[in-house]
Design a protein around this ligand. Structure first.
Ligand code: ADP
Ligand code: X2W
Length: 308
């Protein structure tokens, strides 16, 4: 038993808990100093959004990052939420290579769900947690000019390559980050919906990982985080891989360690690092405060993809 400065006795367990908390806070200091003034792009996936308390803890983490001098930029998805809305409207939806085939009617729903409801929910959650967030889509401030994504597939029988039509699925063609830097300088946290536009007035549905990677590259972000619904990239024994070089990341795709939605995710990380982002991290958005643990503790969480 020991005593507090006010003389009250403290049970040892409580004291140990306090010491553990103090150690964690103290451990965070060098990271806070290292990252002050840096830009972090955080991709917040639709699967990571989960319930209200998880959304609240995500918002608090973002506000904390801003408070310690980091410039967080949030790019969000919302695939499952788009799916639910399309179902309610009885609009059929299909995917090719993890990308939603998007006709004119679908792109209207996608924009409504992403730039409308989800974007504003995240903005409100950050503002309720004490931050100053502003929601944008790629159309605002000409942030993301897009062009139609061209996908081809080789027919295994004839070996002829055919062009697949995904409709209004776009790829970022030009990212103009000036709106983001102006907002960040005014202490505002930008929250971006992955919608692009072109000079012909067409609207494009962009995969949120791709949009976030393009924003991270254009901003020269120090770190790019992808919050998803797994603990990180798993090896063939289902153990989390803590760190991967670009070569190991490419090998994980080539040898089938990464499949499905993990493939474009790792590809996006490789592209972002090749274009100057210091490191990209895939981590579990379902775990409360995963972002804080990754950024401010020694062990980190999730899978870091970097140069060496
Ligand atoms: N090696 C791997 N490690 C972890 N997850 C993997 C791996 N290979 C495939 N996956 C799958 O990738 C999914 C994450 O991609 P995705 O569903 O597109 O995420 P999000 O909706 O967050 O963008 C995981 O839920 C998992 O099923
Ligand atoms: C072209 C394409 O597939 N766009 C995605 C955009 C949302 C997204 O990527 O959301 P998650 O990150 O939650 O998966 C879609 O329509 O679902």
């Amino acid at each position: 038993m020991s005593t507090l400065t006010n003389g009250s006795p403290v049970q040892n367990t409580t004291r140990d808990e306090w010491l553990a908390k103090a150690r964690t806070l103290s451990e965070a200091l060098p990271y806070m100093r290292r990252y002050a003034g840096r830009t972090f792009v955080i991709k917040y996936g639709g699967h990571a959004m989960g319930d209200d308390s998880l959304a609240e803890s995500f918002a608090r983490d973002i506000v904390l990052l801003k408070q310690v001098g980091i410039n967080p930029v949030v790019v969000h998805g919302g695939g499952p939420q788009i799916g639910q809305m399309l179902q309610r409207l009885a609009i059929k939806s299909s995917f090719i290579d993890g990308l939603r085939v998007t006709d004119k009617e679908t792109v209207e729903v996608v924009e409504m769900v992403l730039a409308g409801s989800i974007n504003k929910q995240i903005v409100a959650a950050i503002n309720n947690a004490g931050g100053r967030a502003v929601g944008l889509s790629g159309k605002d401030g000409s942030l993301i000019t897009a062009r139609k994504l061209r996908r081809t597939q080789r027919d295994p029988d004839s070996n002829i390559e055919k062009v697949l039509d995904l409709g209004f699925v776009g790829e970022p063609y030009q990212v103009n980050p000036s709106i983001i830097t102006s907002l960040a300088q005014s202490d505002i946290i930008p929250v971006i919906a992955p919608i692009g536009f072109d000079r012909q007035g067409d609207t494009y549905n962009i995969n949120a990982d791709t949009a976030a990677g393009a924003v991270a590259s254009a901003l020269g972000a120090t770190r790019f985080f992808l919050l998803t619904d797994v603990a990180g990239v798993m090896d063939k024994n289902k153990d989390i891989i803590a760190k991967m070089s670009l070569e190991q990341a490419r090998a994980a795709i080539a040898d089938g360690t990464a499949t499905g939605g993990m493939i474009p995710k790792i590809e996006t990380c490789i592209d972002a690092v090749e274009q100057g982002v210091d490191a990209a991290v895939i981590l579990d958005g379902r775990v409360p405060h995963a972002l804080l643990l990754e950024i401010f503790t020694e062990g980190g969480a999730g899978t870091l993809i970097g140069r060496e």
